[in-house]
Ligand binder design. Structure first.
Ligand SMILES: NC(=O)c1ccc[n+]([C@@H]2O[C@H](COP(=O)([O-])OP(=O)(O)OC[C@H]3O[C@@H](n4cnc5c(N)ncnc54)[C@H](O)[C@@H]3O)[C@@H](O)[C@H]2O)c1
Length: 343
């Protein structure tokens, strides 16, 4: 039997991976998900199936298991890989650096070993704007210097990009794109998939929606005396579905042989900076729910402001973020209410 070509989505039951699986299926790709469910729930597969009518194939194992990865590539014909699987809590990475280095680096190395053996030629990698730290010039462009990372998590993203770049430079058959995400928020418009933090959320929007749902007593805003118009930090929030679509476009660029070199990287944001307080006000406005928030001390390591220059991504990928902050807040709230109804 001829094996059908699949796109391997690692971390595909997670937040960004599940939204990307939906967009890939809607674009006609055959999706295979690998996830060890260390930070996600198997029920994401139900959400993907309800939205697309297709239940992707799923394998539950840890990508740090080298023999497991090898068996996977022998079992399936994997024409391309979108690699989301990683640990991502910045604060925890400071406390447990080895956990982060081991997971985020070894999983990538195991996948690249298979690619080096000629089993797959296309890789899209989840990178992050954390690699820029606090840039001197805003909006930040792809050629801004990559400065020493503020956390082991950020460092894993820098090192992973370097590993991919170095591998591509000696093996022209491997074609890769790193997407440097800004701040993904929101959920699918159906409210059937979204961000599902385990324990206390470390990201702002799940904290906002949980505070609005009464799960968290109080929302803390870290600092109101930054050098920004309202004193709170500024980020480039991007709707997760826009981000998911960028992966489909990046994959098609590789598969269509449209790359300018076999390793490329792009900023994936909206190009607009929104402050934390603006985001909170928009949430209140869109949902009609008043948030109980308190300004507290700045958090060490938080950068003041960052937003993307997306000129190159817009031009080269022919992709542009379409959704605004209101849709981000509306869908995040819909998802939160959906989870509450399931309990
Ligand atoms: N969410 C963000 O704000 C953000 C920003 C920039 C970059 N990123 C990156 O995007 C990627 C996806 O992020 P997300 O927000 O969807 O996170 P997530 O935690 O929801 O998804 C990651 C998934 O990978 C799985 N996983 C982790 N290690 C694994 C392993 N060794 N083997 C198998 N599965 C494993 C987890 O169970 C989880 O389902 C990550 O690489 C993250 O670093 C996220």
């Amino acid at each position: 039997m001829i094996k059908q070509e699949k796109v391997l989505v690692t971390g595909g039951t997670g937040y960004i991976g599940s939204h990307t699986a939906v967009e890939l299926i809607n674009s006609g790709f055959d999706v295979l998900i690998v996830d060890d469910l260390s930070n996600s729930d198997i029920s994401a597969l139900n959400g993907i199936e309800k939205i697309t009518g297709v239940r992707p194939e799923f394998e539950n194992f840890d990508l740090c298991d080298k023999s497991g990865v090898r068996e996977l590539f022998n079992k399936y014909k994997i024409s391309s890989v979108i690699h989301f699987a990683a640990f991502k809590a910045v604060g925890e990475s400071v406390q447990l650096p080895l956990k982060y280095y081991r997971n985020n680096l070894v999983s990538l190395l195991n996948l690249l070993d298979e690619a080096n053996d000629g089993k797959t030629e296309a890789l899209v990698f989840s990178s992050s704007c954390t690699i820029y730290g606090q840039p001197k010039d805003l909006p930040v462009t792809e050629d801004a210097p990559v400065i020493p990372a503020e956390s082991p998590y950020g460092n894993t993203k820098q090192i992973c990009e370097e590993i991919i770049r170095d591998t591509c430079s000696v093996n022209e058959k491997i074609k890769a794109i790193s997407l440097r995400y800004f701040n993904p928020v929101g959920a699918h418009e159906t409210g059937l998939i979204g961000e599902l933090p385990s324990g206390v959320p470390t990201n702002l929007v799940p904290f906002i929606t949980q505070a609005a749902a009464g799960i968290r007593k109080e929302l803390r805003v870290f600092g109101d005396d930054y050098n920004t118009p309202d004193g709170s930090c500024i980020r480039d929030f991007i709707h997760v579905v826009d981000l998911a679509k960028a992966h489909v476009v990046a994959l098609n660029r590789i598969l269509g042989h449209n790359q300018k070199s076999n390793y490329e990287f792009f900023n994936i944001g909206t190009g607009n900076g929104i402050s934390v307080l603006q985001l909170i006000k928009t949430f209140e406005d869109v949902t009609g729910v008043k948030l109980n928030y308190k300004i507290v001390e700045k958090r060490p390591g938080d950068i003041e402001q960052i937003w993307a220059d997306t000129t190159i991504a817009n031009r080269e990928l022919g992709w542009k973020a379409e959704m605004g902050v209101r849709e981000m807040m509306d869908t995040a709230w819909k998802w939160q209410q959906n989870i509450a109804n399931k309990k």
